[in-house]
Write a protein that binds this ligand. Structure first.
Ligand code: HEC
Ligand code: HEC
Length: 340
């Protein structure tokens, strides 16, 4: 399924030339974790936590770009991954699944995304939904479920929503391998500890733009300038040689029950992780306009949305949730623009 209305390859080249910093990357640039978005986000990028760990040691820098897509801080193929070779093999399998679930977890995937498309550098990049240390925070109470969820539950939730598929059983090799990889990313962390870099792909509440006030014409204009060179005018993703983004909307994208289907949540990702030639370069406002444009489009329906948030508190940016918005508040505006 090739996109039909892509921006020509020259546009990407031009964009890279214009952004010298963005495309001059190379593995070296990911070492300077002290610069860029991380610092702006209020993170003490050079700081060391109580256990003596620094973000620079553990995570690929938030300012790393397209050319750093393959860079890893923790390499599952290193010799000393685990003393038990069978356990080491499961850690590697988990890594492979996260990068290519269509091959390694085909039965459970219903779209063209990979875990690594969103959790950049296999969950090892700062301000791009890092998974390093996250295993130490489970089990955790989640409002969406109104109960304690395990890491296995959470992985299953990602399959059902972000991957628009089905949850593999807890004792299935797919769950266990992802569990092994993500738990290995938390080696040395204390159970119950919450690393400072988690949950930072967000827009501060006081900067949230009410959904009704979002301007789709502006969102589209920004999208076409800032995103289309790599994601295509049709949102389906362009092969940029070092990587290929997954579809941002349509039948092969995340479904409408995913976290990314919420406008402010998606904006928090875009704000710090994109555009991949210059992450952190957009404002809170721009990120929200773009997120509104992306989430104005049709995407697969998650059948159990009504069962989410059983104790109330449905998020106000869940534009596809008919219990919050009886009519999708952005779709009609998109139709007026004549976009699709
Ligand atoms: C469409 C983007 C997207 C895809 C694809 C995706 N995720 Fe996520 N994932 C998210 C978002 C958004 C969050 C919520 C992060 C937050 O709340 O700060 C999340 C959270 C998580 C968490 C919890 C992390 C934490 O800090 O508590 C885990 C574990 C996780 N994802 C694993 C996976 C796995 C495994 C896959 C592939 C099977 C996957 N994700 C695919 C977007 C995605
Ligand atoms: C220089 C190329 C480039 C630009 C420009 C860019 N992206 Fe991306 N984006 C990527 C790549 C490549 C990935 C996948 C990364 C990976 O798999 O390691 C990605 C992933 C994503 C994802 C995760 C889900 C998916 O569909 O893959 C989102 C959401 C996203 N980009 C949004 C945006 C938005 C919005 C903009 C504009 C503000 C933007 N990007 C600009 C290259 C780019």
């Amino acid at each position: 399924m090739r996109p039909t209305n892509n921006v020509p390859a020259g546009a990407l080249a031009a964009l890279c030339v214009a952004s010298v910093v963005g495309c001059s990357g190379g593995a070296g640039s990911s070492a300077d974790a002290g610069s860029g978005a991380g610092a702006d986000a209020g993170s003490a990028a050079g700081a060391v936590d109580t256990a003596g760990r620094s973000i620079a040691d553990l995570l690929v820098s938030a300012s790393a770009t397209l050319t750093d897509i393959g860079v890893l801080r923790l390499d599952p193929f290193a010799d000393d991954v685990h003393p038990d070779p069978r356990q080491a093999e499961m850690i590697r399998l988990g890594f492979r699944i996260s990068q290519d679930p269509q091959t390694y977890a085909a039965d459970f995937v219903g779209n063209d995304l990979t875990c690594g498309n969103c959790h950049l550098n296999a969950g090892q990049k700062d301000l791009a939904l890092p998974l390093v240390g996250a295993a130490a925070t489970f089990p955790q109470y989640r409002r969406r479920d109104d109960r304690l969820v395990s890491l296995e539950d959470r992985i299953g939730g990602c399959f059902k929503r972000s991957m628009n598929g089905t949850a593999p059983p807890h004792d299935h090799e797919v769950t266990m391998a992802l569990d092994a990889y993500i738990t290995w990313l938390a080696s040395g962390f204390s159970v119950g500890e919450r690393p400072a870099w988690l949950g930072r792909n967000a827009i501060a509440e006081e900067s949230h733009i009410p959904i009704e006030e979002l301007d789709l014409a502006r969102g589209r204009e920004l999208y076409e300038m800032q995103c289309a060179p790599c994601h295509g005018l049709d949102g389906q993703g362009i092969d940029v040689v070092v990587g290929k983004p997954g579809p941002l909307w349509g039948d092969r994208s995340w479904n409408d029950g995913a976290g990314a289907a919420r406008v402010w949540k998606l904006a928090g990702y875009i704000r710090w992780a994109m555009p991949l030639h210059a992450p952190g370069s957009l404002t809170d406002e721009e990120s929200q306009q773009i997120a509104a444009y992306v989430n104005a489009h049709d995407r697969p329906a998650y059948p159990d949305k009504a069962s989410d948030f059983p104790a109330g508190g449905r998020p106000m940016d869940a534009v596809y949730d008919t219990l919050v918005f009886p009519v999708h508040p952005l779709k009609a505006k998109l139709a007026v623009l004549g976009g699709g």
